[in-house]
Design a binder for this molecule. Sequence first.
Ligand code: PLP
Ligand code: COI
Length: 340
Amino acid sequence: MAEKNLDWGNIGFAYRVTDHRYVSNYKNGAWDEGGLTADATVCISECAGILQYCQEVFEGLKAYRTEDGSIVTFRPDMNAKRMADSARYLEMPAFPEERFLEAVDMVVKANADWVPPYGSGASLYLRPYMFASGPVIGVKPSDEYQFRLFATPVGPYFKGGAKPTTLCVSKYDRAAPHGTGHIKAGLNYAMSLHAYVDAHEHGFDENMYLDAATRTYIEETGGANFLFVTKDGVLVSPKSDSILPSITRRSLLYIAEHMLGMKTEHRPVKFSELKDFAEAGLCGTAAVISPVGRVVNGDEVIDLPSGREKMGPVLQKLYDTITGIQAGHIEGPEGWIRKI
Ligand code: PLP
Ligand code: COI
């Protein structure tokens, strides 16, 4: 299929309407057969649970054009499972994981000419989501839901691309202990918008959230987990019950340990340790690995030794490996790549 004629190197991280999306509805205790539609709009009750009480969960994954021109997705089974976990936590019926994978394949195939070319730095972002479509006025779970999955081509999440970001330690909290920080629900992102706008108004790219209970441990940003590299070359990533279990982070820790022979630590990370790290970065589907150059906490300014011009050498190696697996020129662990 012919590729769409976009300036692929400069598309940014934005929504573009593509041709086909998948829809399935849940009613009377069952999901319907589902299928593709050209209709990019949603029509629901004014009293739908999503509109009143924010009952919604979502996922994010990408389809990549490989060196030989074929199209692949990266560990979509992990997204299927995490979405089912998120749904159950919000008292929603899980969308069957096998059907999630079929929907991914169908939407990518139907929008194949929207998959950016190999080497462009862009990819096709996939957004599966599920929301309460039935009316609720008392606070309770809805009886009806809609699952949808659309695709939109995207470039780098941060404007500067690979240039290190500057973060501020947020005075706001993203997630409470024993709350919803570990699931991918829109409500967590609504919570973060004021903090995000505040950070941007003060010239920062993103927030670094600390743990809400003690404000001593590093949690995550609004849309990515953290990675740190110690001066001895150990890859460290924060562990917390109130952050999203990033698929990129889990993959990178595996790659570091099993493919690059590095030592890794997944453990609570104190903010006071930050000044001793050699490199810092954000990781996620959208962020891939985005380096962090500076973190500001009130009057305290912490500059990472890797500098403010480019990614540090260890994160660069991890970046090259994971993007190499996604582009098909490095063989990844079995089952990580799903051919479309
Ligand atoms: N943390 C948050 C809050 C996110 O929104 C995301 C994005 O999905 C991540 C972390 C990274 O997760 P993943 O690597 O699974 O995309
Ligand atoms: C993703 O990385 O897929 C996300 O969902 C992050 C989002 C904030 C864009």
